[in-house]
Design a protein around this ligand. Structure first.
Ligand SMILES: Nc1ncnc2c1ncn2[C@@H]1O[C@H](COP(=O)(O)OP(=O)(O)O)[C@@H](O)[C@H]1O
Ligand SMILES: [Mg+2]
Length: 283
């Protein structure tokens, strides 16, 4: 569905993305992990049209989309959310959802909802759609709450909800779990799985929480220093020596074999995040 070929994005001398090639299969929930500064967010920004690539190409269903502006990608069903949630804090949750079509209308949406009918009827339809989204995400109890009063996790759910106001094909989620408590992260994870299964959304998500990644994502792509280091199932990439080294630094290979094995085991257990910080052992 998405093919990224030898992508570079440089900022002056910084090679944020330095020759990355990835493929995202239609219908998959693909994970993108890697140490801080690996270039994950920059790669998202290029794919989603916030930045033009320095070189390389991005294709969506075979069509080159490199350098297209976000609103054009939006109308093709490619949506992204941000590492830091972007909500309208002085509007209610429902109003935030209702803003999506008006503010960023894609062609399909205009066809579906904005045929020349009276404004009130249009508003009714958008409101109905917003209420469906609210119900789907099980956030009815905060539907009339100002978005600014939501918890971090609820804001992330709202962002997910905004992607549902249009019929997204592929959604890029940047650090859904950042600052989100366990319970809400579980809800977010379940919503992602349901959107994937029931509505056919394809997802690509950046996340540090390996438990979350393991539960949701296949394949998992690992980036380090602007490049793709490994790809495979969560278990495969966790067992990959290059990946471990990218996360833990270069000291690992110099340690005795037994210590290295022990570290690997620790990094792959469920209790890798005993403090519950949500960052996991590998962030
Ligand atoms: N707009 C920018 N200008 C200059 N450098 C940037 C910019 N955005 C990101 N970088 C740099 O690019 C590298 C990759 O950053 P980023 O894509 O945010 O990594 P990640 O999301 O994997 O943590 C970092 O060294 C970062 O400082
Ligand atoms: Mg980032």
């Amino acid at each position: 569905m998405i093919v990224v070929r030898d992508l570079h994005k440089h900022f002056g001398g910084i090679r944020a993305v330095d020759g990355a090639s990835i493929e995202i299969e239609e219908g998959s929930i693909t994970g993108l992990i890697g140490p801080n500064g690996a270039g994950k967010t920059t790669l998202f920004n290029v794919i989603a049209g916030a930045y033009s690539p320095t070189s390389g190409s991005v294709f969506l269903d075979g069509e080159e989309i490199s350098g297209l502006p976000p609103h054009e990608l939006f109308s093709k069903g490619l949506l992204r959310t941000f590492q830091i949630a972007h909500e309208f804090s002085t509007l209610s949750v429902r109003e935030n959802l209702m803003m999506v079509p008006g503010g960023q209308s894609g062609e399909s949406l205009i066809d579906a909802w904005f045929r020349p009918t009276r404004v009130r009827e249009e508003e009714k339809l958008v409101r109905k759609k917003a209420d469906e989204v609210i119900e789907f995400l099980e956030i009815s109890h905060v539907a009339d709450e100002l978005a600014g009063n939501l918890s971090g996790g609820q804001k992330k759910l709202l962002e997910l909800g905004r992607t549902m106001m249009v019929d997204a094909k592929i959604v890029f989620l940047d650090e859904v779990g950042a600052g989100v408590n366990r319970t809400l992260l579980k809800t977010i994870g379940e919503s992602i799985i349901r959107l994937n299964k029931e509505r056919g959304y394809t997802f690509c998500l950046i996340e540090h929480d390996m438990e979350f990644i393991t539960r949701l994502c296949n394949p998992v792509i690992v980036m380090a220093e602007g490049r793709v280091l490994a790809q495979g199932s969560a278990a495969e990439v966790r067992a990959n020596e290059d990946v471990i080294e990218a996360y833990l630094g270069t000291g690992l290979k110099n340690k005795p074999a037994k210590a290295a094995v022990a570290t690997t085991a620790a990094a792959t257990t469920e209790t890798a995040d005993p403090a519950g910080t949500g960052t996991g052992a590998v962030s």
